[in-house]
Structure formats: C-alpha cells, structure tokens
Ligand binder design. Structure first.
Ligand code: AMP
Length: 213
C-alpha cells in the first residue's frame, strides 16, 4: 500500500502520516523532514537549501527526487506514505517511474482540503516536541502545563523557522502555483480521493481509513 497525502502547508499531512506509522507500520517519507535533517546535520546540501526553505520556496526537483530515490532503495518492500512529496508535476512523474521500477504503484492520493484562513491559524500556532516530534497547537492542543510532552515526556519544544506569516504566504503561493496542478493530474489517473482536513485529528484519520481500508 503506497499513498500520497496531498495538501497545503498546515493541512495536517505530517500528523496523519505519523499516526499511520504508529498504527499500521507504514513508512513516512517526508521530504521536508529529510531536508530539515540535512540542515541540522550540516551537510553541503543542507546548507544549500536552508535559505530557500526559510523563504518558503521549493527546493529543486533534482534534490528531492534524489532523496526519495535513496529512501525507496533502502526499503524496497515498504508500504509508503509520501508526505510533502511530490510537489511538482516533474516530481509526480519521477515518483511514478521510481515505483514502476520497483514493481509497485500508488494506491491512493488523498487530498486533504482545508481553507486558507484555517491554515494561517494552524501554522502560526504550531510547535513540536524536540525529542519525538509530537505536534502541539497553542489553541487546540497546548503543551501540558507541567512542560512534559504527552508522548515521550520530553521537555524541549520547537517551532519551525518557516512557520511565520511571511514565509507561509510564499509557501501557499508555491502550493497553488506548482503543487495544486497535481490534483488534476491524479484525478485524471483515477487515483485522487478527497477528504475534509478541517475536522478533529481522529475524524480525519477515520476518513483516511475509509479510503485505505
Ligand atoms: P514541509 O515540511 O513539507 O512543509 O517542507 C518544508 C520546506 O521544505 C518547503 O517549504 C520546501 O522549501 C522544502 N520542501 C519539502 N518538500 C519539498 C518538495 N517535495 N519539493 C520542493 N521543496 C520541498
């Protein structure tokens, strides 16, 4: 089973992908996480993409396709959730070719629909546990008063440098210009499923479960 979670920044792709990893043992392939790891470990590529990411622009297709290719080669029999990839038509074509070369394919592309106003509120309020990545939101799921992560007990929390209004505007523009054409692309292939991404986390998970069984 291979799925894409498609949607603008803040739609909840990462949250739902982590649940699928915990509950079904699927493998989350988040190019955003891979790029952030490359930055924090200070690789040459990480340094090259840092300013682009902070500005909210897309890094080159070549870099992200290379990252995905490497992960697929490491896990030839995995069940994958593509989170934040593909983001351009060229990436979508490349993914189709990579999966075909492995003798597999996409089973569903799940578009998580959320209105833009909600995205701005979600993104400017979000933080994560620095230890386990559990997500928090200042309004709907605040960090517990005792300062300990509900999942791992960690006490350090972080906000993404690109989770600010200016960078978010660019990220949304990039999404509408370069990523939203994928909705038509996958619809035409017969792979597209659409769900309401605005509900509670468990409601959204239930909608995903209905699609993937
Ligand atoms: P994300 O965590 O998915 O929101 O990604 C954070 C940032 O990483 C994006 O704003 C882009 O700068 C970069 N990025 C992540 N995935 C991709 C991708 N598939 N193509 C191009 N840039 C990406």
């Amino acid at each position: 089973m291979n799925i894409i979670l498609l949607g603008p920044p803040g739609a909840g792709k990462g949250t739902q992908a982590r649940k699928l990893v915990d509950e079904r043992g699927m493998i989350q392939l988040s190019t955003g996480d891979m790029l952030r790891d490359a930055r924090s470990s200070g690789t040459e590529m990480g340094q090259k993409v840092a300013a682009i990411m902070d500005a909210g622009q897309l890094v080159t297709d070549e870099i992200v396709i290379g990252l995905i290719r490497e992960k697929l080669e490491q896990n030839p029999t995995g069940s994958f959730i593509f989170d934040g990839f593909p983001r351009t038509l060229a990436q979508a074509d490349a993914l189709g070719e990579l999966l075909a070369a492995m003798g597999t394919k996409l089973d569903a592309v799940i578009e998580m629909k959320v209105d833009d106003e909600a995205l701005v509120h979600r993104i400017t309020a979000r933080s994560t546990c620095a230890t386990c990545g559990e997500g928090y939101n200042d309004i709907s799921k605040p960090i517990p008063a005792d300062g300990h992560c509900v999942k791992c007990g960690g006490t350090e929390f972080k906000r993404r440098p690109d989770d600010n209004e200016e960078s978010l505007r660019t990220r949304l523009m990039e999404y509408y210009k370069k990523t939203s054409p994928l909705i038509g692309y996958y619809w035409a292939k017969g792979d597209l499923k659409q769900i309401d991404g605005l509900g509670e986390i468990d409601e959204v998970s239930a909608a995903i479960a209905e699609i993937i069984g």
